[in-house]
Structures are given as C-alpha cells and as structure tokens.
Design a protein around this ligand. Structure first.
Ligand SMILES: NC(=O)c1ccc[n+]([C@@H]2O[C@H](COP(=O)([O-])OP(=O)(O)OC[C@H]3O[C@@H](n4cnc5c(N)ncnc54)[C@H](O)[C@@H]3O)[C@@H](O)[C@H]2O)c1
Length: 349
C-alpha cells in the first residue's frame, strides 16, 4: 500500500514512523522543501496512492484536499482534526458533495481508543440501574514552548482548536446519542475562555469540559489520586502546568447518582516510566469496591491504522466520517467566546 503524508511536522512525522513500522510505502509532501515534494501536484501517479493524510495547519486543510481530489477524484483522504475553520464548513460539505466517490474522513483518535471503550462500557453497564449525574473531561497542557518553536497556532478556533474535538469523542462514547446531539446543538450554560464549559442536559446529566493550552488546570482532583510522581503532583496541586513541561493532563470522570464513579486517566505514569505515553487506566469505584483496568495502547497509532483501513476499504462518501455536528458545535463555541471573528468562506474553484 502507498500512503502520501502532506505536512510532515510534529504529527505528520509520528504518522510517518507508524506507517514505516507497519511496512507501508510512503511519499512525503511539505512546503518547507525538506520532503520528497513541496506540492501535491508533484506526486507521481496520484491515482496509485491508496490513501492521503493531510496533517498541515488547519486553515490549509481544505485547499490541500481540493488539490488531492483534482489529481485523484476518488481518493481516500484522512484529514487532521479539526477538518477546517468555522467559515469553511460549507466548503467541506461542497467538496464531499462534488466528489461523491472520494472517501473523506476526519481523524478522530479517541473514537478508536481502548481506554475510552473501557470507560464507555463501564458507564453503559452501570447507567441503567444507576443514572449518570455528571461527566467531566479535561485535556490541558502547556503548548507555549511548542508555539515559540514555530508549531502552528490556531488563531481562529483558539483553545477550542486543539483538544476540544478529542473531548467530544469521549463524550460521544459516554452519552446516549440523543443527549450527545442535544449537547452539540446547544451552547453551554457557562463558558469561559480557557476554555471551561458547563452544560446541564434535559436528561439531568451535567457536562463539564475544560481545556487549556497554556497549562491552566481546571479539575486537578480527578488526577491527584492516580498521577503520583512528584513533578505532576506539584502541577496538579498548583493547578498550573509550567512553560516547557511536557506533562499532558487528560482525564474523564463519570459520577453516578449512587456516588459511584468511573474514571479514565491517560498517561498516569508520567514521571515514572519512559513509555508512559502508551499506558492508561480506567477505574470504577462503587459500593466500597474498586475495579482497575490498566490499558497499554498507542491510541494515535491504532486510530491511524484503523482509519486508513476504513477509508481504503469502505464505500464512497459517508457524512458521519466528517463529524460535521462536532465542527458546528466548536464553531458556535468559538463564536460565543469571541475567539474568532472568522466569517470568510474558503472559495474553492
Ligand atoms: N490528531 C491529533 O491528536 C493531533 C495532534 C496534533 C496536531 N494535530 C493536527 O495536525 C495538524 C498539524 O499540526 P502539527 O502540530 O503537526 O503542526 P506543525 O506546525 O508541527 O506541522 C505542520 C507541517 O505542515 C507543513 N505545511 C504547512 N503548510 C503546508 C502546505 N500548504 N502544504 C504542505 N505542507 C505544509 C509545515 O511546513 C509543517 O511541516 C493540525 O491540523 C493539528 O490540529 C492533530
């Protein structure tokens, strides 16, 4: 199989490594001049590329997808999340409509995570007899050093452009579909830039999401029990991840009416092992009993390979693969927080 990666920066380089380990042929495109090609049009025999991965900065995604489809109208394309900026959502739909044979998919890493699956299965197994009261999800890190080193900065979605899509994936796995749709279709009751958003659903489930790219921690109490090395304990107690730290705080917690809890903590062994990025845990506490699942997985790799399999074997266009409702939700939230004044649609020839 031959895969083209367009945009070989932080994330594209990691994909290149995974595809190489998996024995797949790769061709690299990056405008920085350090790869096989600078532009999509330079790729030889584009019809013989089995899948294209677009991992450039967000505002360039759709222009590049258009270039790919002009060369190979039935192409299988995995587009980094978010697929596009708010004003470009109609362009994304337009491309999908115009190129019906193309298989476009937005990369949804946490939709393929065994850790999320374990948390969702614990939640659904319990919720029939013990309703969910509250779901809290936090993804925070300090990206300032990365940004200073030239990593792309999302100036349209702001904080919503980095981790929010991943947090929505977790929520989609935990909530009944009507609740998830209702969450996506309304604005939070409280939202502050940072971004911290709280929503009370009609089904009596409260949702709290928090994400910061400057290291402000919103819900330290969830991780304190599980992330035990001295350095992250300091960050959690101070509610701040300092500049230069590579600690990523990623947790999801479900509280049930009875007082039972189900908690997922990604990378809890940070500061204790070198392979901490691929070790996660899910713990259920109910009626004085604790059930713990340690999960070893590289979910980025797993999601990449699974989604390549989907787009190279699936039938033509399917709207569900574009996560349009999630994009509209993020657009409305960025708008509410005045993180964006983006009203410029992208005109594609
Ligand atoms: N799925 C995930 O978990 C995840 C994680 C990080 C980033 N991302 C997404 O991946 C994308 C890239 O993020 P990053 O952090 O790797 O950025 P980055 O700045 O590290 O890398 C971007 C690369 O794209 C290249 N590039 C820019 N414009 C281009 C163009 N027009 N044509 C070809 N190459 C071009 C740059 O030279 C650079 O090498 C973003 O959309 C981001 O949201 C996803």
């Amino acid at each position: 199989m031959r895969i083209a990666i367009i945009g070989v920066g932080n994330i594209g380089r990691r994909y290149a490594g995974y595809l190489h380990e998996h024995g797949l042929d790769t061709v690299f495109v990056d405008s920085n001049g350090q790869c096989n090609h600078r532009r999509v049009v330079e790729v030889s025999e584009p019809g013989r590329v089995d899948a294209w991965i677009v991992s450039t900065p967000t505002d360039t995604h759709l222009g590049i997808v258009q270039e790919v489809l002009a060369q190979a109208p039935g192409a299988a394309v995995l587009i980094e999340k978010p697929a596009c900026h708010p004003a470009q959502i109609s362009t994304l739909i337009g491309l999908a409509t115009r190129y019906r044979d193309a298989r476009l998919m937005v990369n949804d890493v946490y939709a393929h995570s065994a850790t999320v699956e374990a948390l969702a299965s614990a939640t659904h197994g319990r919720s029939a007899s013990d309703p969910v009261r509250r779901i809290t999800v936090e993804f925070s890190k300090n990206r300032l050093k990365d940004m200073a080193a030239g990593r792309f900065v999302d100036q349209v979605y702001g904080d919503v452009g980095y981790e929010w899509f991943h947090m929505l994936s977790i929520l989609r796995a935990l909530l009944p579909r009507p609740d998830f749709d209702s969450f996506l279709n309304r604005l939070p009751d409280v939202a502050t830039a940072g971004v911290h958003a709280e929503t009370a659903l009609a089904s009596n489930i409260n949702i709290a999401l928090h994400s910061s790219v400057i290291g402000d921690i919103g819900f330290p109490e969830i991780g304190l029990r599980y992330i035990t090395a001295a350095e992250p304990q300091r960050h959690l107690r101070g509610c701040t991840i300092p500049y230069g730290s590579d600690f990523r705080y990623r947790v999801a917690a479900v509280d049930f009416q009875s007082g039972a809890t189900a908690t997922a903590v990604f990378e809890p062994h940070y500061g204790r092992t070198t392979n901490y990025k691929n070790q996660h845990l899910v713990e259920v506490r109910a009626g004085g009993l604790t059930e713990r699942h340690d999960i070893a997985e590289n979910h980025l790799r797993r999601a990449l390979l699974r989604q390549i399999e989907v787009i190279t074997t699936a039938g033509p266009h399917d709207d569900a693969r574009l996560r349009l409702s999630e994009h509209r939700h993020m657009a409305r939230l960025a708008d509410l927080l005045q993180l964006t004044d983006d009203r410029r649609p992208l005109n594609i020839a």
